[in-house]
Design a binder for this molecule. Structure first.
Ligand code: SF4
Ligand code: SF4
Ligand code: SF4
Length: 300
């Protein structure tokens, strides 16, 4: 039962989901279309999008990037969450002990796709691309349906299980810092030069230059240059990417996959999301006006 009260009523998350499902149960989906959650329709120049070049030959696994991210974004991960992406871990560093005694460290975070499947899949426009091309989350719009999670080819967006409205969270490329003329916290605090912040076009040039200068060191591939239509986080490495847990993806923009996935999504699930949106909007409005509070704690 909820221990938090405010105004006249209180809903646990389970009650909220039950209510959504019950209301949607058996409902036909007539004339409902997914509206891609693109920002304002402006075209984005892939060369001008802010990005990070991640040179895996330079990463020493110090974890400064993660600590800086936690501090910059006021995150509160548990000990277990430090080694995986979560609603409170926007980035972490994965260790690979390879045959031959090599160890490599791979920083993971949202890849900042140029054609983000998460944005395509978001039914309410919470996931969106800013005019600068950064993929961000508008917490006011998120209804916690988690379609973005299913659509993302990199398994990035994470659900906030332990917070009031249960929203999806992920790296937003330190938008606040960028607005102040700073770089992302992770890139600005990497002591080894493994992370370089800049415009995607410049970073690609830099990456090609490093590979050309040391072809005996680097694998001849920039991961993210073409995968799923291109990403703004770009990796170069001396170890083949398939040995470091990078998914083998085509060059088609990921929304293609998202749309295929959404076409296969059962009608009932779509109905639940649509009805949940409506209920959520009402509850949120009432919450904002002091009539109701939604509590996340599960009933025993
Ligand atoms: S701060 Fe730089 S060197 Fe340290 S783990 Fe992160 S990417 Fe690697
Ligand atoms: S990596 Fe996933 S969450 Fe990040 S922009 Fe691409 S689709 Fe969206
Ligand atoms: S860009 Fe910002 S939010 Fe994203 S991983 Fe780096 S520090 Fe974290």
């Amino acid at each position: 039962m909820s221990a938090r009260t405010k105004g006249t009523a209180s809903f646990s998350r389970r009650q909220f989901l039950k209510l959504s499902a019950a209301t949607a149960g058996g409902a036909a989906l007539v004339g409902c279309q997914f509206v891609p959650a693109t920002a304002s329709g402006e075209s984005i120049d892939p060369a001008k999008v802010p990005g990070i070049l991640i040179d895996l030959t330079r990463c020493v696994g110090c974890g400064n990037c993660q600590r800086s991210c936690i501090a910059a974004n006021d995150l509160h991960p548990s000990q277990e969450e430090l080694s995986t992406l979560s609603a409170d871990t926007y980035t972490y560093v994965q260790r690979y002990d390879l045959p031959g005694g090599k160890t490599r460290f791979v920083k993971r975070q949202c890849m900042q796709c140029l054609y983000p499947a998460c944005v395509s899949a978001c039914t309410v426009g919470a996931l969106h691309q800013t005019a600068d091309g950064v993929v961000a989350v508008d917490a006011r719009k998120c209804i916690g349906c988690r379609y973005c999670q299913y659509a993302c080819p990199f398994n990035v967006p994470k659900f906030q299980w332990d917070s009031a409205l249960g929203l999806v969270r992920k790296c937003q490329f330190c938008l606040g810092r960028l607005a102040q003329g700073q770089g992302p916290a992770c890139a600005d605090n990497c002591p080894s030069g493994a992370l370089k912040y800049g415009l995607r076009g410049d970073l690609l040039q830099e990456a090609h230059g490093r590979i050309a200068a040391h072809p005996e060191v680097y694998v001849d591939l920039i991961y993210g240059e073409t995968e799923v239509g291109g990403t703004s986080c770009l990796y170069i490495s001396d170890v083949p990417f398939d040995q470091l847990g990078f998914p083998k993806l085509g060059t088609d923009p990921a929304p293609h996959y998202a749309e295929s996935m959404m076409k296969r999504t059962p009608t009932i699930a779509v109905s639940v999301a649509a009805v949940a949106t409506g209920i959520y909007s009402v509850l949120r409005w009432r919450s904002d006006h002091g009539h109701v509070e939604i509590d996340v704690r599960e009933e025993k």
